[in-house]
Design a protein around this ligand. Structure first.
Ligand code: PRT
Ligand code: ZN
Length: 286
């Protein structure tokens, strides 16, 4: 029987949609019926297991799944030794200390002897140990942000993205102790056939993620400014330059890193570039 790579993704939650989208962007077709526990792709040897995010590292560790997509926070909290194959960059959040109004927070030392509620006792304990702070950690699986108001804890350590939840519970974010994004984790001992499928998948994922980092731009430029434009664009290779009917002008095509894009655009305009067209790149492989 043909071997299939088993990937564990969150069944329903913050990671689900983007985890499946990145696989879809790799040209892999499947139904993504969230009522199912297991499903196969139509055109790639991969099989999905839809699980609670907390269970994903353990399933990969035990070899039930070969790879998985999970928040780095969950992976680090569980402390199972796996391969982190890729940082996928989405579901960005931080693990922060937050305190009620009136708590004079001056750093981790202010937590000495205090009760801290969290769903991430492992990461918090490591951080406190590094800072030589002794505190009492209360492990709670959810609704951590209400614990100070009901007298269960003096402070909390919880995931934050916008911070709105903390504010609406009368808490102040005082210090981030850990940063997380979604990661693809893998079983370190995959046998050759599965490793080959994994490498095919990673090649596609890299192409999708690289494409997100770049824009494709085309513009017309007075030829005399070509060297200056090339220096501004920098980047991977020299740009493609095509002559135009008007011999004083040329057409230029190239890719530019997303984070430099507005800078580059302004500088090209200053050189006299015209008819600037910008498009997103769908895939980009070496
Ligand atoms: O059911 P299952 O166990 O699978 O899901 P879950 O409820 O345990 O996890 P889920 O879907 O809530 O989160 C999955 C992962 O998303 C986490 O492990 C993080 O890696 C990541 N992530 C990103 C977040 C957030 N952002 C986030 N904001 N996880 C949780 N939150 C919480 C936060 O703690 C707060 O209570 O969302 C609330 C709103 O946040 P604010 O700051 O935007 O108000
Ligand atoms: Zn969970």
């Amino acid at each position: 029987m043909e071997s299939r790579l088993r990937i564990a993704v969150q069944k329903s939650g913050r990671l689900s949609e983007k985890s499946l989208q990145i696989i879809r962007d790799c040209g892999i077709r499947f139904g993504s019926d969230s009522r199912l526990l297991k499903e196969q792709a139509d055109n790639f040897p991969i099989e999905f297991l839809y699980l609670r995010d907390d269970d994903i590292p353990r399933y990969v560790y035990d070899g039930v799944a070969d790879i998985g997509i999970v928040g780095r926070n969950e992976y680090d909290e569980q402390g199972l030794e796996l391969e982190v194959l890729r940082d996928l960059g989405f579901s960005k959040c931080r693990l922060s200390i937050a305190v009620p109004e009136g708590f004079a927070y001056e750093g981790l030392n202010s937590l000495e002897g205090k009760r801290i509620a969290t769903s991430y006792p492992g990461i918090l304990a490591r951080k406190l140990a590094q800072a030589h702070v002794n505190a009492r950690i209360y492990e709670i699986s959810g609704s951590v942000e209400i614990t100070p108001s009901i007298g269960v804890a003096d402070a909390i350590c919880d995931l934050v993205s916008t911070g709105a939840t903390l504010v609406s519970n009368g808490l102040r974010e005082t210090e981030a102790i850990y940063w997380s994004t979604a990661v693809m984790i893998g079983h370190p001992g995959l046998f050759a056939e599965k490793r080959t499928i994994l490498n095919r998948l990673l090649l596609r994922i890299d192409a999708v993620m690289r494409a997100d980092d770049y824009k494709y731009i085309m513009f017309n430029l007075p030829k005399e400014h070509l060297d200056e434009a090339a220096a501004i664009i920098g980047g991977m290779k020299s740009p493609t330059v095509t002559p135009l009917l008007d011999e004083a002008w040329c057409a230029v095509q190239t890719v530019v890193r997303e984070e430099r894009f507005w800078d580059v655009l302004e500088q090209l305009k200053a050189l006299g570039a015209q008819g600037i067209l910008v498009t997103a790149i769908e895939k980009m492989a070496d």
